[in-house]
Ligand binder design. Structure first.
Ligand code: FAD
Ligand code: FES
Length: 505
């Protein structure tokens, strides 16, 4: 496998935000509610519960907002990236309308929080533009326009468009009153607002074991006991039925400093989505260092692609279509798309509260999940609980979708367990290279870092024993089955796995 020639991957949000860290958990503790995960879902929930007077303890494995939230595009919209019309078709127009309305309420909560607490995170209302970049993609835009109108949204079709949107073919769907912000500045500010004697947040505190019968969460240095356990971990940790119905995908992103920036940005504010040949999302970001253009695209199934090639293709698109010259930030992020198109939010059969299946729309869905879970935990009715309940029955017409999506996972399981891979010797690995090796009958996942140190781990994913594959852009071992990702030393980066890959000599 080739060594990566890319510079380190870093999202623009991490490169343009400061952070006041929270200490790790160092002793046993108790709380009414324990939240695992400090992304937009967990932190919004912590604030809502703290404001309601409950005692809360939030455990974040790495840093607040550093998961998918800090790797997103920072757009807030009522549509969904798979199309509201697809929801209307698979479920019903009423469901599509409820989704648009509930997502609108989540955006309103974000705006209220920002105004009420004076959070400086570049929030602005703006329009979403969705366009076809090839003629045969136009019906998608038209269907989406009709679904948006049917859902009560003030969308219109614009038939003329000036520079810089040169790739659009046919009418553009325009939906006003959507929004964008700096997701990391927002979530980190919310975390500081939530912190108080009865709401404690801990970073660098990965939960290593979950006992839902006893309601305990074990970290390396302390065990937490709570009445309610919330897994705000993007996908539930450990084994959970919803994992069989979700598709883990990775998507790639870059940010480029706009050359010769003036007071008037060369790319107008707004959300720009292309559909057709190149499915991409473009937005601008104003910072103290200048204006950046952010381009996101190349969505692919996790661990079923060569990551550096996706990054290269995105860069080529950004140069060709948007005149990008020098790339300042590159990153990638994961999403979990529910096969029936709706997230899973609420108390699941095993007793934990979950919030997952957001696809690439989880800044609004995560906020909505926090609103729903806060009401459920407090025993209050929420108008959206039923729509997103995790044990819902999937309508027959989308059952086919579930099957198609999970076939990829099943195949990955079978192939990776049974296929022999061509062997190499660890000594042959140059700095930056990784390989799956055979040694004395064992299969090993080996990586040599830039300084020459060799890391050897078991390639068997600790979640449900699929075989991991090397991600050459982010230097991680990724699992194709449910999206667990591991650092070269085996440490869990994200996904449902709780335990690290077994370290081997
Ligand atoms: C490329 C891309 C762009 C996107 N852009 C947008 C966008 O513009 N708008 C939008 O609405 N959505 C977007 N999304 C989706 C959105 O980013 C996510 O759905 C959302 O951030 C999920 O938030 P979360 O809080 O649920 O998860 P996360 O932000 O991932 O937070 C989960 C947290 O749990 C922690 N955790 C995990 N395991 C443990 C453990 N064992 N112990 C303790 N902590 C743990 C993680 O470290 C992490 O910080 C995008 C997705 C992708 C892939
Ligand atoms: S993530 Fe489930 S088996 Fe690896």
């Amino acid at each position: 496998m080739p060594g990566s020639r890319l510079p380190a991957m870093l999202p623009i949000w991490l490169g343009t935000a400061t952070h006041e860290p929270f200490a790790p958990l160092e002793a046993d503790a108790e709380a009414e509610v324990a939240i695992v995960g400090g992304g937009i879902t967990g932190v919004t929930l912590a604030l809502l519960l703290a404001e309601a007077g409950l005692s809360v303890l939030l455990l974040e494995a790495h840093s607040i907002g550093g998961g998918s939230t800090g790797h997103s595009t920072g757009n807030l919209y009522q549509l969904v990236s798979g199309g509201l019309h697809a929801l209307a078709q698979h479920w019903s127009p009423e469901v599509a309308r409820a989704v648009a309305q509930s997502r609108g309420e989540a955006i309103d909560l974000i705006e209220r929080n920002i105004h009420q607490h004076g959070i400086a995170c570049g929030f602005r209302r703006c329009a979403l533009h969705w366009y076809a970049d090839i003629a045969h993609a136009q019906p998608f835009i038209e269907h989406e326009f009709h679904a948006a109108r049917q859902a009560g949204l003030p969308a219109h079709l614009a038939s003329e468009w000036d520079e810089p949107l040169t790739t659009a073919v046919g009418p553009i769907l325009v939906l006003p009153q959507q929004a964008q912000f700096h997701p990391l500045l927002y979530v980190r500010s919310l975390a500081q607002l939530a912190a108080r004697p009865r709401c404690r947040l801990f970073e660098q505190s990965p939960v290593l074991h979950i006992d839902l019968e006893r309601r305990t969460l074990a970290t390396a240095h302390g065990t937490v006991h709570a009445h309610h356990v919330v897994l705000a971990t993007h996908t539930p940790k450990g084994m959970h039925g919803v994992q069989a119905e979700m598709l883990p995908q990775r998507e790639y992103a870059l940010a480029s400093l706009v050359e010769h920036a003036t007071d008037t940005p060369s790319w107008p504010p707004g959300i720009y989505w292309g559909h057709g040949v190149d499915r991409h999302s473009v937005r601008q970001l104003q910072t103290a260092q200048g204006d950046y253009l952010i381009v996101v695209g190349e969505a692919v199934k996790t661990a079923q692609h060569t990551a550096s090639e996706c990054m290269d293709r995105l860069e080529e698109l950004a140069r060709r279509c948007f005149g990008v010259q020098r790339v300042a930030y590159r990153w990638s992020a994961q999403s979990y798309r529910a096969a029936d198109g709706l997230p899973y939010i609420g108390r699941s059969g095993n007793g934990a509260y979950i919030a997952t299946g957001f696809g690439a729309d989880g800044l609004s869905y995560g906020t909505l999940a926090a609103m729903i879970l806060a009401d459920q935990i407090r025993g209050q009715a929420n108008p959206w609980s039923e729509l997103y309940r995790p044990d819902r029955v999937t309508p027959l017409k989308s059952a086919r979708l579930v099957m198609e999506e999970t076939v990829g996972t099943a195949t990955a399981f079978v192939e990776d367990r049974l296929t022999r891979r061509p062997g190499r010797r660890a000594d042959d690995l140059a700095p930056g290279q990784a390989a799956i090796l055979k040694s004395e009958g064992d299969t090993l996942a080996a990586y040599r870092d830039g300084g020459g140190e060799l890391f050897v781990v078991s390639p068997v994913c600790t979640h449900m024993k699929c075989m991991v594959r090397w991600n050459d852009a982010e230097r991680s071992w990724d699992c194709p089955c449910h999206g667990s990702r591991f650092a070269p030393d085996g440490t869990v980066i994200e996904g449902p796995a709780l335990e690290p890959l077994k370290r081997l000599r």
